[in-house]
Write a protein that binds this ligand. Structure first.
Ligand code: GLU
Length: 518
Protein backbone atom coordinates (compact mmCIF):
# COMPACT_ATOMS: atom_id res chain seq x y z
CA UNK A 1 0.00 0.00 0.00
CA UNK A 2 1.58 3.27 -0.99
CA UNK A 3 1.54 5.82 1.75
CA UNK A 4 3.03 8.75 -0.05
CA UNK A 5 0.03 10.97 -0.14
CA UNK A 6 -0.95 12.61 3.13
CA UNK A 7 -4.39 11.43 4.18
CA UNK A 8 -6.02 12.54 7.39
CA UNK A 9 -9.47 12.11 8.79
CA UNK A 10 -11.94 13.70 11.11
CA UNK A 11 -13.97 10.97 12.75
CA UNK A 12 -16.64 12.25 15.11
CA UNK A 13 -19.19 10.14 16.90
CA UNK A 14 -22.71 11.47 16.29
CA UNK A 15 -23.53 11.78 19.96
CA UNK A 16 -24.68 15.41 19.93
CA UNK A 17 -23.59 18.79 18.63
CA UNK A 18 -19.97 19.17 17.70
CA UNK A 19 -18.02 20.80 20.51
CA UNK A 20 -15.77 23.71 19.59
CA UNK A 21 -12.75 21.55 20.52
CA UNK A 22 -13.83 19.10 17.83
CA UNK A 23 -14.06 21.95 15.38
CA UNK A 24 -10.47 22.88 16.16
CA UNK A 25 -9.38 19.26 15.62
CA UNK A 26 -11.11 19.19 12.24
CA UNK A 27 -9.57 22.55 11.33
CA UNK A 28 -6.05 21.37 12.12
CA UNK A 29 -6.64 18.24 10.05
CA UNK A 30 -7.87 20.42 7.21
CA UNK A 31 -4.90 22.80 7.42
CA UNK A 32 -2.47 19.90 7.56
CA UNK A 33 -4.07 18.17 4.57
CA UNK A 34 -4.07 21.33 2.44
CA UNK A 35 -0.58 22.32 3.44
CA UNK A 36 0.72 18.92 2.34
CA UNK A 37 -1.39 18.54 -0.77
CA UNK A 38 -3.20 15.71 0.95
CA UNK A 39 -6.75 14.58 1.51
CA UNK A 40 -9.20 14.91 4.35
CA UNK A 41 -11.72 12.17 5.05
CA UNK A 42 -14.96 12.55 6.99
CA UNK A 43 -15.84 9.36 8.85
CA UNK A 44 -18.75 8.80 11.20
CA UNK A 45 -17.90 6.59 14.18
CA UNK A 46 -21.31 5.37 15.20
CA UNK A 47 -20.60 1.95 16.64
CA UNK A 48 -22.00 2.90 20.03
CA UNK A 49 -25.68 2.84 19.16
CA UNK A 50 -26.70 3.70 22.72
CA UNK A 51 -25.16 7.15 22.32
CA UNK A 52 -26.52 7.89 18.86
CA UNK A 53 -28.32 11.23 18.60
CA UNK A 54 -30.50 11.91 15.56
CA UNK A 55 -29.55 15.06 13.68
CA UNK A 56 -25.99 15.13 14.96
CA UNK A 57 -24.46 13.99 11.68
CA UNK A 58 -26.27 16.65 9.63
CA UNK A 59 -25.38 19.23 12.24
CA UNK A 60 -21.69 18.40 11.91
CA UNK A 61 -21.79 18.57 8.12
CA UNK A 62 -23.59 21.90 8.21
CA UNK A 63 -21.09 23.29 10.70
CA UNK A 64 -18.16 22.61 8.40
CA UNK A 65 -19.99 24.00 5.45
CA UNK A 66 -20.52 27.21 7.36
CA UNK A 67 -16.90 27.36 8.49
CA UNK A 68 -15.45 26.66 5.03
CA UNK A 69 -13.70 23.47 6.09
CA UNK A 70 -13.94 21.18 3.08
CA UNK A 71 -13.63 17.43 3.02
CA UNK A 72 -12.36 15.44 0.08
CA UNK A 73 -14.25 12.27 0.80
CA UNK A 74 -16.46 10.68 3.39
CA UNK A 75 -20.05 10.62 4.56
CA UNK A 76 -22.05 12.89 2.21
CA UNK A 77 -18.93 13.60 0.13
CA UNK A 78 -18.38 10.22 -1.54
CA UNK A 79 -15.04 8.62 -2.37
CA UNK A 80 -13.67 5.18 -3.03
CA UNK A 81 -12.86 4.08 0.51
CA UNK A 82 -16.48 3.86 1.64
CA UNK A 83 -18.82 3.24 3.22
CA UNK A 84 -17.71 5.95 5.64
CA UNK A 85 -20.28 5.29 8.34
CA UNK A 86 -18.98 2.62 10.67
CA UNK A 87 -22.43 1.16 11.25
CA UNK A 88 -22.39 0.27 7.54
CA UNK A 89 -19.09 -1.59 7.79
CA UNK A 90 -20.06 -4.49 10.08
CA UNK A 91 -18.93 -7.23 7.72
CA UNK A 92 -15.55 -5.64 7.24
CA UNK A 93 -14.90 -5.55 10.99
CA UNK A 94 -16.06 -9.15 11.46
CA UNK A 95 -13.38 -10.29 9.07
CA UNK A 96 -10.68 -8.48 11.03
CA UNK A 97 -11.95 -9.70 14.38
CA UNK A 98 -11.67 -13.23 13.01
CA UNK A 99 -8.15 -12.53 11.84
CA UNK A 100 -7.09 -11.66 15.38
CA UNK A 101 -8.91 -14.65 16.86
CA UNK A 102 -7.30 -17.02 14.37
CA UNK A 103 -3.88 -15.61 15.15
CA UNK A 104 -4.53 -16.10 18.86
CA UNK A 105 -4.16 -12.36 19.45
CA UNK A 106 -7.68 -12.03 20.73
CA UNK A 107 -10.06 -14.32 22.53
CA UNK A 108 -13.75 -14.79 23.17
CA UNK A 109 -15.08 -14.02 26.64
CA UNK A 110 -18.48 -15.06 27.99
CA UNK A 111 -18.38 -13.41 31.41
CA UNK A 112 -21.71 -11.83 32.19
CA UNK A 113 -21.95 -8.38 33.77
CA UNK A 114 -22.87 -10.09 37.05
CA UNK A 115 -19.83 -12.33 36.92
CA UNK A 116 -17.60 -9.35 36.21
CA UNK A 117 -19.13 -7.46 39.11
CA UNK A 118 -18.55 -10.40 41.41
CA UNK A 119 -14.90 -10.47 40.41
CA UNK A 120 -14.59 -6.76 41.10
CA UNK A 121 -15.96 -7.37 44.59
CA UNK A 122 -13.61 -10.24 45.13
CA UNK A 123 -10.40 -8.72 43.79
CA UNK A 124 -9.33 -5.21 44.62
CA UNK A 125 -8.63 -3.10 41.49
CA UNK A 126 -9.73 -5.95 39.32
CA UNK A 127 -8.67 -5.62 35.71
CA UNK A 128 -9.32 -8.10 32.93
CA UNK A 129 -5.75 -8.78 31.85
CA UNK A 130 -2.93 -11.35 31.79
CA UNK A 131 -3.09 -11.69 35.57
CA UNK A 132 -6.82 -12.48 35.68
CA UNK A 133 -7.91 -13.83 32.30
CA UNK A 134 -6.96 -17.34 33.43
CA UNK A 135 -9.72 -17.29 36.04
CA UNK A 136 -12.46 -16.04 33.76
CA UNK A 137 -14.89 -17.72 31.38
CA UNK A 138 -13.25 -17.33 28.02
CA UNK A 139 -11.84 -19.23 25.09
CA UNK A 140 -8.48 -19.43 26.85
CA UNK A 141 -9.93 -21.30 29.83
CA UNK A 142 -12.73 -23.24 28.11
CA UNK A 143 -12.29 -26.02 25.59
CA UNK A 144 -13.01 -25.44 21.95
CA UNK A 145 -16.11 -27.64 22.25
CA UNK A 146 -17.42 -25.65 25.18
CA UNK A 147 -16.88 -22.39 23.35
CA UNK A 148 -18.62 -23.63 20.22
CA UNK A 149 -21.50 -24.97 22.29
CA UNK A 150 -21.99 -21.68 24.12
CA UNK A 151 -22.00 -19.76 20.84
CA UNK A 152 -24.41 -22.28 19.30
CA UNK A 153 -26.71 -21.81 22.30
CA UNK A 154 -26.79 -18.11 21.49
CA UNK A 155 -24.85 -16.93 24.53
CA UNK A 156 -23.62 -13.36 24.23
CA UNK A 157 -19.89 -12.82 24.19
CA UNK A 158 -17.27 -10.21 23.57
CA UNK A 159 -13.91 -10.46 21.85
CA UNK A 160 -11.03 -9.18 23.91
CA UNK A 161 -7.57 -8.14 22.80
CA UNK A 162 -4.89 -10.30 24.41
CA UNK A 163 -2.33 -7.86 25.67
CA UNK A 164 1.02 -9.30 26.69
CA UNK A 165 2.26 -7.70 29.89
CA UNK A 166 5.64 -6.23 30.69
CA UNK A 167 6.29 -4.48 27.42
CA UNK A 168 7.27 -0.86 27.06
CA UNK A 169 5.05 0.57 24.32
CA UNK A 170 6.26 3.68 22.55
CA UNK A 171 4.03 6.16 20.79
CA UNK A 172 5.88 8.63 18.57
CA UNK A 173 3.81 11.77 18.73
CA UNK A 174 4.61 14.67 16.42
CA UNK A 175 3.69 17.16 19.15
CA UNK A 176 4.66 15.28 22.30
CA UNK A 177 7.64 13.26 21.11
CA UNK A 178 8.14 9.79 22.52
CA UNK A 179 5.35 8.81 24.90
CA UNK A 180 5.73 5.41 26.51
CA UNK A 181 3.79 3.25 28.92
CA UNK A 182 4.09 -0.30 30.11
CA UNK A 183 1.63 -2.75 28.63
CA UNK A 184 0.98 -4.24 32.10
CA UNK A 185 -1.27 -1.33 33.00
CA UNK A 186 -3.58 -1.96 30.04
CA UNK A 187 -6.58 -4.23 30.27
CA UNK A 188 -7.66 -6.69 27.61
CA UNK A 189 -9.86 -4.24 25.76
CA UNK A 190 -13.15 -5.34 24.31
CA UNK A 191 -12.90 -5.17 20.52
CA UNK A 192 -16.23 -6.63 19.51
CA UNK A 193 -19.63 -7.38 21.05
CA UNK A 194 -21.84 -10.17 19.78
CA UNK A 195 -24.90 -8.44 21.24
CA UNK A 196 -25.02 -5.78 18.54
CA UNK A 197 -22.55 -7.43 16.17
CA UNK A 198 -20.48 -4.30 16.24
CA UNK A 199 -16.86 -3.60 17.03
CA UNK A 200 -15.88 -1.10 19.68
CA UNK A 201 -14.27 2.23 18.90
CA UNK A 202 -10.73 0.85 19.15
CA UNK A 203 -11.06 -1.89 16.59
CA UNK A 204 -13.18 0.06 14.14
CA UNK A 205 -10.89 3.07 14.40
CA UNK A 206 -7.73 1.10 13.62
CA UNK A 207 -9.23 -1.00 10.86
CA UNK A 208 -10.69 2.06 9.17
CA UNK A 209 -7.56 4.16 9.47
CA UNK A 210 -5.73 1.29 7.82
CA UNK A 211 -8.22 0.63 5.05
CA UNK A 212 -8.73 4.31 4.39
CA UNK A 213 -4.96 4.72 4.07
CA UNK A 214 -4.72 7.33 6.78
CA UNK A 215 -1.18 8.64 7.22
CA UNK A 216 -1.62 10.96 10.20
CA UNK A 217 -3.98 10.78 13.14
CA UNK A 218 -4.51 14.29 14.46
CA UNK A 219 -6.90 14.36 17.37
CA UNK A 220 -7.52 15.77 20.83
CA UNK A 221 -5.32 15.00 23.79
CA UNK A 222 -8.15 13.05 25.39
CA UNK A 223 -7.37 10.24 22.93
CA UNK A 224 -3.70 9.96 23.91
CA UNK A 225 -4.41 7.20 26.47
CA UNK A 226 -5.81 5.05 23.65
CA UNK A 227 -2.73 5.45 21.48
CA UNK A 228 -0.56 2.68 23.04
CA UNK A 229 -3.39 0.22 22.57
CA UNK A 230 -3.73 1.37 18.98
CA UNK A 231 -0.02 0.80 18.41
CA UNK A 232 -0.44 -2.77 19.68
CA UNK A 233 -3.41 -3.32 17.41
CA UNK A 234 -1.48 -2.17 14.34
CA UNK A 235 1.23 -4.63 15.27
CA UNK A 236 -1.23 -7.45 15.87
CA UNK A 237 -2.67 -6.95 12.41
CA UNK A 238 0.79 -6.80 10.87
CA UNK A 239 0.35 -3.19 9.83
CA UNK A 240 3.11 -1.65 11.91
CA UNK A 241 5.02 -0.37 8.88
CA UNK A 242 2.06 1.63 7.59
CA UNK A 243 0.91 2.82 11.00
CA UNK A 244 -0.22 6.46 10.85
CA UNK A 245 1.79 9.05 12.70
CA UNK A 246 0.10 10.49 15.76
CA UNK A 247 -0.37 14.10 16.81
CA UNK A 248 -2.38 14.74 19.96
CA UNK A 249 -3.55 18.33 20.20
CA UNK A 250 -3.46 20.29 23.45
CA UNK A 251 -6.60 20.55 25.54
CA UNK A 252 -8.78 23.62 25.40
CA UNK A 253 -8.81 25.08 28.90
CA UNK A 254 -11.45 27.08 30.76
CA UNK A 255 -11.26 30.87 30.26
CA UNK A 256 -10.67 31.21 34.00
CA UNK A 257 -9.58 28.68 36.58
CA UNK A 258 -8.33 25.17 36.03
CA UNK A 259 -9.53 22.32 33.92
CA UNK A 260 -10.83 21.79 30.46
CA UNK A 261 -13.39 23.95 28.74
CA UNK A 262 -16.95 22.81 29.30
CA UNK A 263 -20.38 23.84 28.17
CA UNK A 264 -21.00 25.18 31.64
CA UNK A 265 -18.19 27.73 31.23
CA UNK A 266 -19.93 29.00 28.14
CA UNK A 267 -23.30 29.20 29.87
CA UNK A 268 -21.79 31.02 32.83
CA UNK A 269 -19.70 33.52 30.91
CA UNK A 270 -22.04 33.90 27.97
CA UNK A 271 -20.22 32.44 24.98
CA UNK A 272 -21.14 29.49 22.76
CA UNK A 273 -19.20 26.23 22.80
CA UNK A 274 -20.87 24.96 19.63
CA UNK A 275 -20.44 26.22 16.07
CA UNK A 276 -24.18 26.32 15.34
CA UNK A 277 -27.19 26.59 17.58
CA UNK A 278 -28.26 23.14 18.71
CA UNK A 279 -31.78 22.04 19.51
CA UNK A 280 -31.57 18.93 21.62
CA UNK A 281 -34.06 16.45 20.16
CA UNK A 282 -34.74 14.80 23.52
CA UNK A 283 -34.83 17.60 26.07
CA UNK A 284 -35.75 20.38 23.67
CA UNK A 285 -32.96 22.49 25.19
CA UNK A 286 -31.35 25.05 22.94
CA UNK A 287 -27.62 25.67 23.10
CA UNK A 288 -26.26 28.79 21.49
CA UNK A 289 -23.98 28.67 18.47
CA UNK A 290 -21.32 30.95 17.02
CA UNK A 291 -23.25 31.38 13.80
CA UNK A 292 -26.49 32.51 15.43
CA UNK A 293 -24.61 34.75 17.87
CA UNK A 294 -23.38 36.74 14.90
CA UNK A 295 -19.81 35.51 14.53
CA UNK A 296 -18.31 35.40 11.08
CA UNK A 297 -16.98 31.99 10.09
CA UNK A 298 -13.58 33.47 9.14
CA UNK A 299 -13.28 34.96 12.62
CA UNK A 300 -14.11 31.65 14.29
CA UNK A 301 -11.59 29.82 12.11
CA UNK A 302 -8.86 32.36 12.80
CA UNK A 303 -9.57 32.34 16.54
CA UNK A 304 -9.55 28.54 16.77
CA UNK A 305 -6.43 28.18 14.64
CA UNK A 306 -4.48 30.07 17.28
CA UNK A 307 -5.66 27.91 20.16
CA UNK A 308 -2.68 25.60 20.40
CA UNK A 309 -0.63 26.80 17.47
CA UNK A 310 0.94 30.04 16.26
CA UNK A 311 2.95 30.96 13.19
CA UNK A 312 6.04 31.70 15.26
CA UNK A 313 5.57 35.46 15.21
CA UNK A 314 2.82 37.69 16.51
CA UNK A 315 0.73 37.77 13.37
CA UNK A 316 -2.86 37.25 14.41
CA UNK A 317 -5.15 37.98 11.50
CA UNK A 318 -4.83 35.23 8.92
CA UNK A 319 -7.09 34.08 6.14
CA UNK A 320 -7.66 30.39 5.57
CA UNK A 321 -5.10 30.43 2.76
CA UNK A 322 -2.51 32.07 4.97
CA UNK A 323 -3.22 29.56 7.73
CA UNK A 324 -2.72 26.71 5.28
CA UNK A 325 0.56 28.23 4.19
CA UNK A 326 1.89 28.79 7.67
CA UNK A 327 0.49 25.77 9.47
CA UNK A 328 3.00 23.40 11.01
CA UNK A 329 1.89 20.52 13.18
CA UNK A 330 5.23 20.29 14.92
CA UNK A 331 4.78 23.87 16.16
CA UNK A 332 1.65 23.01 18.11
CA UNK A 333 2.03 23.40 21.82
CA UNK A 334 1.94 20.56 24.27
CA UNK A 335 0.35 22.53 27.04
CA UNK A 336 -3.34 23.35 27.11
CA UNK A 337 -4.67 26.41 25.29
CA UNK A 338 -6.77 28.78 27.34
CA UNK A 339 -10.09 29.49 25.69
CA UNK A 340 -10.01 33.26 25.76
CA UNK A 341 -13.50 33.93 24.43
CA UNK A 342 -12.94 37.70 24.59
CA UNK A 343 -10.26 37.18 21.99
CA UNK A 344 -12.90 35.50 19.85
CA UNK A 345 -15.00 38.66 20.13
CA UNK A 346 -11.97 40.71 19.17
CA UNK A 347 -11.44 38.59 16.07
CA UNK A 348 -15.05 39.10 15.11
CA UNK A 349 -14.63 42.85 15.45
CA UNK A 350 -11.60 42.71 13.17
CA UNK A 351 -13.32 40.65 10.50
CA UNK A 352 -16.53 42.62 10.71
CA UNK A 353 -14.66 45.85 10.02
CA UNK A 354 -12.80 44.31 7.10
CA UNK A 355 -16.12 43.63 5.43
CA UNK A 356 -17.85 45.81 2.98
CA UNK A 357 -20.63 47.89 4.58
CA UNK A 358 -23.11 46.10 2.36
CA UNK A 359 -22.11 42.75 3.89
CA UNK A 360 -23.49 43.90 7.24
CA UNK A 361 -26.92 44.64 5.89
CA UNK A 362 -28.65 41.23 5.73
CA UNK A 363 -28.11 40.72 9.46
CA UNK A 364 -28.83 44.35 10.24
CA UNK A 365 -32.00 44.33 8.19
CA UNK A 366 -33.21 41.29 10.11
CA UNK A 367 -32.80 43.13 13.39
CA UNK A 368 -34.57 46.19 12.02
CA UNK A 369 -37.46 44.04 10.85
CA UNK A 370 -37.69 42.46 14.28
CA UNK A 371 -38.11 45.98 15.58
CA UNK A 372 -40.79 46.78 13.05
CA UNK A 373 -38.61 48.89 10.78
CA UNK A 374 -38.47 48.70 7.01
CA UNK A 375 -35.39 50.12 5.39
CA UNK A 376 -33.18 49.51 2.39
CA UNK A 377 -29.72 47.93 2.19
CA UNK A 378 -28.33 51.20 0.86
CA UNK A 379 -29.58 53.21 3.83
CA UNK A 380 -28.50 50.50 6.24
CA UNK A 381 -25.02 50.54 4.74
CA UNK A 382 -24.88 54.31 5.27
CA UNK A 383 -25.63 53.80 8.95
CA UNK A 384 -22.97 51.09 9.15
CA UNK A 385 -20.44 53.52 7.68
CA UNK A 386 -21.33 56.20 10.22
CA UNK A 387 -21.40 53.90 13.25
CA UNK A 388 -19.13 50.89 12.78
CA UNK A 389 -16.13 52.31 14.58
CA UNK A 390 -18.09 53.37 17.65
CA UNK A 391 -17.69 51.88 21.08
CA UNK A 392 -20.51 50.22 22.96
CA UNK A 393 -21.12 49.95 26.65
CA UNK A 394 -22.16 46.66 28.11
CA UNK A 395 -22.50 44.98 31.45
CA UNK A 396 -20.20 42.02 32.00
CA UNK A 397 -20.94 38.85 33.95
CA UNK A 398 -19.86 40.45 37.19
CA UNK A 399 -22.20 43.36 36.57
CA UNK A 400 -19.38 45.76 35.75
CA UNK A 401 -19.93 48.41 33.12
CA UNK A 402 -17.47 47.86 30.31
CA UNK A 403 -16.78 49.23 26.86
CA UNK A 404 -15.75 47.53 23.68
CA UNK A 405 -15.65 48.06 19.95
CA UNK A 406 -18.62 47.05 17.89
CA UNK A 407 -18.03 43.35 17.42
CA UNK A 408 -21.35 42.05 16.15
CA UNK A 409 -23.89 43.47 13.76
CA UNK A 410 -26.37 43.31 16.63
CA UNK A 411 -24.20 45.81 18.55
CA UNK A 412 -25.32 48.43 16.05
CA UNK A 413 -28.98 48.47 16.94
CA UNK A 414 -28.89 50.11 20.38
CA UNK A 415 -26.40 52.64 19.04
CA UNK A 416 -28.20 53.32 15.81
CA UNK A 417 -31.85 53.14 16.74
CA UNK A 418 -32.28 56.89 16.35
CA UNK A 419 -31.50 56.68 12.63
CA UNK A 420 -34.78 54.87 12.21
CA UNK A 421 -36.97 55.92 15.13
CA UNK A 422 -37.45 59.40 16.61
CA UNK A 423 -36.03 59.56 20.14
CA UNK A 424 -37.98 60.03 23.33
CA UNK A 425 -36.91 63.18 25.12
CA UNK A 426 -35.90 62.88 28.73
CA UNK A 427 -35.51 66.15 30.64
CA UNK A 428 -33.47 64.35 33.27
CA UNK A 429 -30.86 63.07 30.84
CA UNK A 430 -27.54 64.59 31.86
CA UNK A 431 -26.68 65.78 28.39
CA UNK A 432 -30.16 67.25 27.91
CA UNK A 433 -30.02 69.14 31.21
CA UNK A 434 -26.68 70.59 30.30
CA UNK A 435 -27.54 71.60 26.78
CA UNK A 436 -31.22 72.42 26.64
CA UNK A 437 -31.55 75.81 28.32
CA UNK A 438 -34.28 78.40 28.59
CA UNK A 439 -33.65 80.09 25.27
CA UNK A 440 -32.83 76.89 23.40
CA UNK A 441 -36.35 76.46 22.04
CA UNK A 442 -36.17 79.86 20.38
CA UNK A 443 -32.76 79.09 18.88
CA UNK A 444 -34.03 75.79 17.54
CA UNK A 445 -37.02 77.57 16.06
CA UNK A 446 -34.64 79.89 14.19
CA UNK A 447 -32.52 76.97 13.05
CA UNK A 448 -35.65 75.27 11.77
CA UNK A 449 -36.47 78.34 9.70
CA UNK A 450 -32.97 78.34 8.19
CA UNK A 451 -33.26 74.65 7.30
CA UNK A 452 -36.79 74.79 5.99
CA UNK A 453 -35.68 77.11 3.20
CA UNK A 454 -33.47 74.41 1.72
CA UNK A 455 -34.46 72.26 -1.22
CA UNK A 456 -31.14 70.45 -1.33
CA UNK A 457 -30.55 68.78 2.05
CA UNK A 458 -27.03 67.48 1.38
CA UNK A 459 -24.25 68.04 3.89
CA UNK A 460 -22.76 70.83 1.75
CA UNK A 461 -26.03 72.61 1.18
CA UNK A 462 -26.95 72.54 4.89
CA UNK A 463 -23.52 73.83 5.81
CA UNK A 464 -23.81 76.66 3.33
CA UNK A 465 -27.04 77.75 5.01
CA UNK A 466 -26.32 77.08 8.68
CA UNK A 467 -22.71 78.28 8.93
CA UNK A 468 -23.51 81.94 8.01
CA UNK A 469 -26.41 81.92 10.47
CA UNK A 470 -24.10 80.62 13.22
CA UNK A 471 -21.54 83.26 12.28
CA UNK A 472 -24.01 86.15 12.31
CA UNK A 473 -25.86 85.22 15.47
CA UNK A 474 -22.99 83.68 17.43
CA UNK A 475 -25.27 80.88 18.47
CA UNK A 476 -23.96 77.43 19.37
CA UNK A 477 -26.81 75.19 18.22
CA UNK A 478 -24.86 71.93 18.01
CA UNK A 479 -25.56 70.15 21.28
CA UNK A 480 -29.23 71.09 21.47
CA UNK A 481 -29.63 70.17 17.84
CA UNK A 482 -28.12 66.78 18.65
CA UNK A 483 -30.58 66.40 21.53
CA UNK A 484 -33.43 67.04 19.12
CA UNK A 485 -32.21 64.42 16.67
CA UNK A 486 -30.79 61.73 18.95
CA UNK A 487 -32.29 62.47 22.36
CA UNK A 488 -28.88 62.65 23.96
CA UNK A 489 -25.22 63.35 23.26
CA UNK A 490 -24.44 60.54 20.87
CA UNK A 491 -24.27 59.81 17.20
CA UNK A 492 -22.25 60.62 14.14
CA UNK A 493 -21.37 63.93 12.52
CA UNK A 494 -24.44 66.18 12.71
CA UNK A 495 -24.81 67.00 9.02
CA UNK A 496 -24.32 63.39 8.01
CA UNK A 497 -27.13 62.49 10.34
CA UNK A 498 -29.49 65.20 9.10
CA UNK A 499 -28.66 64.40 5.49
CA UNK A 500 -29.56 60.79 6.23
CA UNK A 501 -32.80 61.71 8.02
CA UNK A 502 -33.82 64.21 5.37
CA UNK A 503 -35.42 67.59 5.76
CA UNK A 504 -38.87 66.53 6.87
CA UNK A 505 -37.72 64.17 9.61
CA UNK A 506 -35.06 66.64 10.80
CA UNK A 507 -37.63 69.43 11.12
CA UNK A 508 -40.13 67.08 12.77
CA UNK A 509 -37.62 66.08 15.41
CA UNK A 510 -36.66 69.67 16.12
CA UNK A 511 -40.34 70.49 16.60
CA UNK A 512 -40.92 67.44 18.82
CA UNK A 513 -37.97 68.37 21.00
CA UNK A 514 -39.27 71.92 21.39
CA UNK A 515 -42.67 70.53 22.36
CA UNK A 516 -41.24 68.03 24.81
CA UNK A 517 -38.47 70.06 26.37
CA UNK A 518 -39.89 73.57 26.11
N1 GLU B 1 -14.78 8.91 17.33
C1 GLU B 1 -13.72 9.57 18.04
C2 GLU B 1 -14.25 10.94 18.43
O1 GLU B 1 -15.40 11.05 18.66
C3 GLU B 1 -12.50 9.65 17.17
C4 GLU B 1 -11.22 9.76 17.90
C5 GLU B 1 -10.09 9.65 16.92
O2 GLU B 1 -9.89 10.61 16.18
O3 GLU B 1 -9.42 8.61 16.89
O4 GLU B 1 -13.56 11.91 18.53
Amino acid sequence: MSKNKVRVRFAPSPTGPLHIGGVRTALYNYLFARKNGGELVFRIEDTDSSRFVPGAEDYIIESFKWLGIQFDEGVSFGGDHGPYRQSERRDIYKKYVKQLLDANKAYIAFDTPEELDAKRQEIENFQYDASTRGMMRNSLTLSKEEVDALIAEGKQYVVRFKIEPGREIHVQDIIRGDVSINSSILDDKVLYKSADELPTYHLANIVDDHLMEITHVIRGEEWLPSAPLHVLLYEAFGWADTMPRFAHLPLLLKPVGNGKLSKRDGDKLGFPVFPLEWHDPKSGDISSGYREKGYLPQAVVNFLALLGWNPGNDQEIMTMDELVNLFDLSKCSKSGARFDYQKGIWFNHQYLLQQDNMAWTPAFDKILKENGIESTPEREAQVVEMMKTKVIEYVDNDNNKKKRNISFVSDLWPLAKFFFVAPEYDKEDKFVRKNWKEDTAADMQELAVVLSGLTDFSVESQKAAVDPWVEQTGKRPWNAWRVALVGTGQGPDMYELTAFLGKEETLNRIQSAINALG
